[in-house]
Write a protein that binds this ligand. Structure first.
Ligand code: FCB
Length: 452
């Protein structure tokens, strides 16, 4: 038997996001977001699913805080819906929106749980999209104002702030592949948006710090080790480019190095970000949040097929290579997390790191009120062990958030993918803690992973 004991004070937690769990999309003055528009447009999400009701967390949050208390994890990451606070993105704040989050934060603190607040988890007010969305500098400025207003209200009780969740996903899935809101398919826009998101991160970090002297400020990036699909030089070059687009394009400017030159040259024909914005992006970072699910396996494709000349290996190809896949078709590669943490720590020396999301979707079955999700337990155990090895090697990892507390609206996949450690019956909206919930509760209680 082996015991992997984590450092004292390690912040175990779970994570959620507003649009994925709240529902109540037109209550108490909330304005529409781009995800309302996108999910209601025909053919955009699995069977037309929307976040209209989701987990009804907006009404059932006291139950969810009770679940968190039962879990006993010291931290909880959630996001604030910008359109609840500013229904039109700008203008006067909507008091009931602020009150909702204030009550949630108070209940968490009362339960002894440290809140980690994400300010942008993809639900841009539609009114701002109508004026050009993240392509426009005015959206970044509105974001900073929103950050300031929220921090003024909650900053005496909330210390940990995350400006953005996964700007790569917002830029590329939302504006180049078009599979996320706002559903655009335009490479120059995607690159411009990636830059504006980074600028808005910098502006918001300044605004948060101006509003609260005790704020601890970070950003969450989705990072992955990138593997070449073969030794062929074309595949290797494509993998190098993808590493640049996914990882270095965001890490380098945030850590004060400007954009990586190889990627910049490649993207310049589409959009070349101005150097004058670099100091704004490079605000001091108290911590870096990493969302890790799987490595990326990249192969070269003809440029006629897509302008970047690369593609990810399909799930079938990964399965043929012997990888286990989750219900998302993502390969299970726990060592990828260890390698990623070591690399980030070596190359960027962040002050502190948090895994702000990690978890897996499996086709869970509710049988007599129980869900025996052994695959999820195995996935998490292997990833916790990988994180532990990185901690032992000196990586300043301070906490780990499991995605997710609840099964929820998995974006374009609707409710067809279940990531929760709590099962949600979408008919009755009842919650059923899965086997992984009890398993995780034990880990949190011991602050250790016991194996064998
Ligand atoms: C991440 C998102 C999160 C969730 C997981 C599965 O990309 O940040 O909202 O959907 O993937």
């Amino acid at each position: 038997m082996s015991v992997a004991r984590f450092p004292d004070g390690f912040l175990w937690g779970t994570a959620t996001a507003a649009y994925q769990i709240e529902g109540a999309v037109s209550e108490d003055g909330r304005g529409p977001s781009i995800w309302d528009a996108f999910s209601h447009a025909p053919g955009k999400t699995y069977q037309g699913h929307t976040g209209d009701v989701a987990c009804d967390h907006y009404h059932r949050w006291p139950d969810d805080v009770r679940l968190l208390r039962e879990l006993g994890a010291p931290a909880y990451r959630f996001s604030i819906a910008w359109p609840r606070v500013f229904p039109e993105g700008t203008g006067a704040p909507n008091e009931p929106g602020l009150t909702f989050y204030e009550r949630l934060v108070d209940a968490l603190l009362e339960a002894g749980i440290t809140p980690f607040v994400t300010l942008y988890h993809w639900d841009l007010p539609q009114a701002l999209q109508d004026r050009g969305g993240w392509s426009e500098r005015s959206t970044a400025e509105a974001f900073a104002r929103y950050a300031e207003v929220v921090t003024r209200r909650l900053g005496d009780r909330v210390r940990y702030w995350i400006t953005h969740n996964e700007p790569w996903v917002v830029a590329y899935l939302g504006h180049y592949l078009g599979v996320h809101a706002p559903g655009m398919q335009d490479l120059p826009t995607a690159i411009r948006v990636s830059h504006e998101l980074l600028v808005s991160h910098g502006l918001a970090a300044q605004a948060i710090r101006a509003a609260s002297s005790q704020a601890v400020v970070g950003i969450t990036l989705n990072l992955s080790p990138v593997e070449s699909a073969s030794d062929h030089p074309d595949d290797r070059a494509a993998a190098q480019l993808f590493d640049g687009l996914l990882n270095r394009w965001f890490l380098d400017p945030v850590f004060g190095r400007g954009y990586p030159l190889d990627v910049r040259e490649r993207l310049a024909p589409y959009f070349d970000p101005p150097d004058t914005d670099l100091p704004t992006i490079a605000q001091p970072l108290d911590f870096l949040g990493i969302n890790y699910y799987a490595p990326a396996f990249i192969r070269a494709v003809p440029q006629e097929q897509n302008p970047l000349g690369l593609a990810q290996l399909e799930p079938k190809a990964l399965a043929d290579r012997g990888y286990q896949l989750t219900d998302m078709g993502w390969p299970v590669v726990p060592e990828g997390l260890e390698h990623l943490l070591l690399r980030i720590s070596r190359e960027y020396a962040p002050r502190e790191l948090f895994i702000t999301e990690n978890g897996a979707a499996y086709p869970d079955q509710l049988v007599a009120g129980r869900v025996q999700d052994d695959q999820r337990i195995a996935y998490l155990a292997a990833h916790f062990a990988a994180a532990y090895r990185a901690v032992r090697a000196g990586v300043p990892l301070k906490g780990y958030f499991v995605w997710s507390l609840l099964d929820n609206f998995e974006w374009a996949h609707g409710y067809s993918k279940r990531f929760g450690i709590v099962y949600v019956d979408y008919e009755s909206l009842s919650r059923f803690p899965k086997a992984s919930f009890s398993w995780y509760r034990d880990i949190v209680a011991r602050n250790a992973l016991v194996e064998g």
